[in-house]
Ligand binder design. Sequence first.
Ligand SMILES: Nc1ncnc2c1ncn2[C@@H]1O[C@H](COP(=O)(O)OP(=O)(O)OP(=O)(O)O)[C@@H](O)[C@H]1O
Ligand SMILES: [Mg+2]
Length: 287
Amino acid sequence: MAKKTKDDTPIGPTGRPYQGFPIPAPLKAHGPARIIALCNQKGGVGKTTTSINLAASLAEYGRKVLAVDFDPQGALSAGLGIPTHDIPTVYDLLLDTKRDAHDAIVHTGVEGLDLIPANIDLSAAEVHLVNEVARETILSRVLRQVAGEYDVILIDCQPSLGLLTVNALTAAHGVLIPLECEFFALRGVALLIETIDKVRDRLNPSIQLDGLLATMYDARTLHSREVLERVVEAFGDDVLETVIGRTVKFPDASVSGVPITEFAPEHPAAQAYLRLARELVARGAVA
Ligand SMILES: Nc1ncnc2c1ncn2[C@@H]1O[C@H](COP(=O)(O)OP(=O)(O)OP(=O)(O)O)[C@@H](O)[C@H]1O
Ligand SMILES: [Mg+2]
């Protein structure tokens, strides 16, 4: 943050004056949840890492958070240290909507953060659901059962724009799009926005774009800075001010099955996710 405005405020990486965002006031009561889908059909852009660490950060600010693993790879469940064989998962809830969604909720090691896990079973869901009536609204109906008990529900989508992702977008109030600061970052984003627009037209008129989050940013490389500049040019204030730096602490924390906010709370990357949580509260995307 070398650059400064005229009145000496540092400029953040997105070119706007750097703000810290206030610590969110405690909530007096919990729920109903605002549902946010973390979505990008491009693989490996930080959807799961953001789901884990944003969820933990919001929980740290006293929000009741439910994270929903919606990827058959089960990386969100693994990243939160939850083994997923032989327990009810989101797949069971999708296939039998009469089943109580509470059956599949597990408490994580982070206070205030619960999880609906997923495992490889979920890979069969698209095939099973394709002939269902109102097949796009199944997740929405599942989450309705538990939304009253949480302040925010984060859905970690798989890297595809198939029926599962459409279910997530139909259930969601908002979408958060993580983008890796790499050359092809913007490739595919137009198609994703088009998909969100279609879902808004046909299934979920009130869905909002909560923001684009730049991840794996390396301020030392011209390349990272140029990519971020292009993203800001294309999406303006929809690009969140908080930018997540590239660091090996994330892979390390995932392997230990804990969020970075617990693994290395003082690390700048943990601080970045806490700031993202504060920014989303400040923007009104989270209570
Ligand atoms: N800021 C970061 N710095 C360094 N590595 C990161 C960062 N964020 C994520 N990673 C690593 O990059 C890889 C991909 O991240 P992640 O799994 O969060 O992406 P994803 O979008 O969920 O991937 P997929 O599309 O496969 O679900 C992981 O190994 C993760 O640990
Ligand atoms: Mg993932």
